[in-house]
Design a protein around this ligand. Structure first.
Ligand SMILES: Cc1ncc(C[n+]2csc(CCOP(=O)(O)OP(=O)(O)O)c2C)c(N)n1
Length: 571
C-alpha cells in the first residue's frame, strides 16, 4: 500500500515517540494538516510561529525529548528563525518542519517562497530540502538522530508541497547510517587519567559547569565527585540546576552577573574542571585575566568548542556524563591514597568566606529619590518569594534582561531541567512560549515565567494558546516600566541617557489577561506579594501577575563588559 508524504511524515513522528507538535498551518502544509486528525498526535495551534519554536524548545529543555514545530513556507518559515537560532546557541534538540513551494517552482520567486534552507544554514545543526518522497522517511529518521545525539541542536526539514502530496511505500529505516557524523561519546582513557591526576593534585580545584551537564544527564556524577572530593561548583546560566543550588559547595553563577564568591574562585583556583560549558564572553570577561592561576581541564562533546576561547591543558572530548563517570571510576580507586576531602577543606573554607562576606543581596530602600511614585517592591524580593512559596519545586522560565538575571540569582535550582532560559542568544519573548511547552510536558507541575514588561509583550499573543489548551502557566511580570537591562547600561555607562528604554505606555496587563480568558492580578504593595502570588499559583488557569517593582533597580554584582571578573561593581 502506498502512503502520501504527509502520512509518512506523521507516521515517522509517531515512531520517533513524538506526542506533541507545535504549529501553525498554511497552504504549503495543508496536506499535512489534513492528515493530522488520523494520527495519535497532539497538535498545539500557536498564534505566531516564533511561539511554536520556543514552545518546542521549552518542551525539549524540560523533558529532555526532541521538540517539534511545524509551519508553512515563506513567512511561516522565516518567523521560526529566531527560535531556531535560540535553540542552536543553547544546543537544544529540535526538529522544525517547514512547508515549501512545489519543487518545480523552487527558485522562481513563487508565492510564499523563501530559501529557508539557505537562511537557516548557519543556525541549524543540519538542514534538509527533501526533493524525493522516497528519501522522506530516511531524512526524518536522520533528523531526529542528529537533533538528539552528540551536541544536540535544531534540525530543519523543508518539505515541498508536491513531495507531501506524492505517494510511495512506507519503509521506516531500522538504523541511521551517516558516515561523516560520528560523535565521540566515550572519553579517551589517557585523557581521563591526566584530568584526574591534575585535579587530585590540586590545592584549589573548582568545577565550572554548563548546560552540557544537564543535557547529558550528568548531574549525579557531578554531585558525587564534588561531594566526595570537596570541590566547590560554579555554574553558567545554562548550567543552573546541574548541581543543587542549596548545596554548601555551590557558589552560584559566575561571570557578568555572577556571585562575588564564584568570580573570586575563578580568579584563585589552581585547577578548573570545565564541564559542558563553552567559555562564553559573558562568563569569562576579559580573557587575558580569566582564571590566571588555573590549569584547565575542558570536557565537551563538541571538539570544536575546546580551545576556541581559552587555552586548555587537558581536553576531554566526550559526552559529559560519560566523562564524569570516567572521572568517578578513577577517583574511587584512588580515594584511599589521601584524604582529599580534608586536603581541599582550607580552599572550601576560603570560598565560603567569600560567600559570607559578599552574599547575593540588594538594598531594601527604594533607591528612587527622583521618582516618589515609583513602586516600593524590590524585584529580587519577588523572586525570593516565588522560591519560598514553591520551595524550588517549580519549573521556572524567564524572559531576557534584569528579570532573567534576578531569576538566576535569587531562585535556587536544585534539580536539572527546572530553569528554561535563553542563554546564548538572549531572546526576549522566549520565556512565555517556552513555559507553555514545559507545561505540556508536565501538566501537573507549576510552571512560572518570570518576565519583564518589555519581553512579555514580544509573544503575549500565546496567552490564548495557554488558555484554550487549559495550560495553567503563570506569568509574573517584574514591571519596572523600563527595558530595564538596557536602562541599567545607560545609567552606568552612558551618563543616564535613557534613550528609547522607558516603557511608560503600557497595556493594562490585568485587563489584557482577562481579555484572553486568563486571570490577572496587580501587586503594588510589598505585603501583598506573598499572598497574591500564593493565590495566583493555586488557580488552575493561566494567570498574569503584574508586580509594580522599583523602577531603577540594578542587577549586581556586575562585571562591566570586557573587564576582568575581579572588577565587580557591587551593591
Ligand atoms: C529580541 C530582543 N530584542 C532586544 C534585546 C536587547 N535587550 C536585552 S535586555 C532588554 C530589556 C528587557 O526589558 P524587560 O523585558 O522589560 O526586562 P527587564 O530588563 O526590565 O527585567 C533588551 C531590549 C533582546 N535581548 N532581545
Amino acid at each position: 500500500m502506498e502512503h502520501t508524504g504527509a502520512e509518512i511524515l506523521l507516521e515517522c513522528l509517531k515512531r520517533e515517540g513524538v506526542d506533541v507538535v507545535f504549529g501553525f498551518p498554511g497552504g504549503a502544509v495543508i496536506d499535512i494538516y489534513d492528515a493530522i486528525p488520523r494520527f495519535p498526535l497532539r497538535h498545539v495551534l500557536v498564534r505566531h510561529e516564533q511561539g511554536a519554536v520556543h514552545a518546542a524548545d521549552g518542551y525539549a529543555r524540560a523533558s529532555g525529548k526532541v521538540g517539534v514545530a511545524l509551519v508553512t513556507s515563506g513567512p511561516g518559515a522565516t518567523n521560526t528563525v529566531t527560535g531556531i537560532a535560540n535553540a542552536y546557541c543553547d544546543s537544544i534538540p529540535m526538529v522544525v518542519i517547514t512547508g515549501q513551494v512545489p519543487t518545480p517552482l523552487i527558485g522562481n520567486d513563487a508565492f510564499q517562497e523563501v530559501d529557508i534552507v539557505g537562511i537557516t544554514r548557519p543556525c541549524t545543526k543540519h538542514n534538509y530540502l527533501v526533493k524525493d518522497i522516497d528519501q522522506l522517511a530516511t531524512v526524518i529518521r536522520e533528523a531526529f538522530y542528529l537533533a538528539r545525539s552528540g551536541r544536540p541542536g535544531p534540525v530543519l526539514i523543508d518539505l515541498p508541497k508536491d513531495v507531501v502530496q506524492a505517494k510511495t511505500k512506507f519503509v521506516y529505516p531500522k538504523t541511521v547510517k551517516m558516515r561523516s557524523y560520528n560523535p565521540t561519546i566515550k572519553p579517551n582513557k589517557l585523557q581521563v587519567k591526566k584530568a584526574v591526576d591534575m585535579f587530585l593534585a590540586a590545592e584549589r580545584p573548582l568545577f565550572y559547569v554548563g548546560g552540557g551537564v544537564i543535557s547529558s544527564d550528568g548531574s549525579e556524577e557531578l554531585a558525587w565527585l564534588a561531594r566526595n572530593l570537596n570541590i566547590p561548583v560554579t555554574a553558567t546560566l545554562m548550567g543552573l540546576g546541574a548541581f543543587p543550588g542549596d548545596d554548601p559547595l555551590f557558589l552560584g553563577m559566575l561571570g557578568m552577573h555572577g556571585t562575588y564568591a564564584a568570580n573570586m574562585a575563578i580568579n584563585n583556583c589552581d585547577v578548573m574542571i570545565a564541564v559542558g560549558a563553552r567559555f562564553d564572553d559573558r562568563v569569562t570577561g576579559k580573557l587575558a585575566t580569566f582564571a590566571p592561576e588555573a590549569k584547565i581541564v575542558h570536557v565537551d562533546i563538541d571538539p570544536t568548542s575546546i580551545r576556541k576561547n581559552v587555552r586548555v591543558d587537558v581536553p576531554v572530548v566526550a559526552d559529559c556524563r560519560e566523562a564524569l563517570k570516567g572521572f568517578k571510576e578513577l577517583v574511587r580507586e584512588r580515594l584511599g591514597e589521601k584524604d582529599y576531602k580534608k586536603a581541599n577543606e582550607p580552599w572550601v573554607v576560603r570560598v565560603q568566606e567569600w560567600m559570607k562576606t559578599h552574599p547575593l543581596t540588594y538594598r531594601t530602600d527604594t533607591g528612587c529619590e527622583n521618582e516618589p511614585d515609583a513602586g516600593k517592591i524590590k524585584p529580587q524580593y519577588v523572586v525570593e518569594t516565588i522560591y519560598e512559596i514553591t520551595r524550588g519545586d517549580a519549573i521556572i522560565a524567564t524572559e531576557v534582561g534584569q528579570n532573567q538575571m534576578w531569576a538566576a540569582q535569587f531562585y535556587k535550582y536544585n534539580k536539572p531541567r527546572t530553569l528554561l532560559t535563553s542563554g546564548g542568544l538572549g531572546t526576549m519573548g522566549y520565556g512565555f512560549p517556552a513555559a507553555i511547552g514545559a507545561q505540556l510536558a508536565f501538566p501537573d507541575k507549576l510552571v512560572v515565567d518570570i518576565a519583564g514588561d518589555g519581553s512579555i509583550q514580544m509573544n503575549i499573543q500565546e496567552l490564548i494558546t495557554a488558555v484554550c489548551n487549559n495550560l495553567p502557566v503563570k506569568i509574573v511580570i517584574l514591571n519596572n516600566n523600563y527595558l530595564g537591562m538596557v536602562r541599567q547600561w545607560q545609567e552606568l555607562f552612558y551618563a543616564k541617557n535613557y534613550c528609547a528604554t522607558c516603557m511608560d505606555a503600557q497595556p493594562d496587563f490585568v485587563a489584557l489577561a482577562k481579555a484572553y480568558g486568563a486571570e490577572g492580578f496587580r501587586i503594588t504593595e510589598p505585603e501583598d506579594v506573598k499572598p497574591v502570588l500564593e493565590e495566583a499559583f493555586k488557580l488552575p488557569k493561566a494567570v498574569i501577575v503584574d508586580v509594580r517593582v522599583t523602577k531603577e533597580e540594578n542587577v549586581y554584582p556586575m562585571v562591566p563588559a570586557g573587564a576582568s571578573l575581579t572588577e565587580m561593581l557591587l551593591v
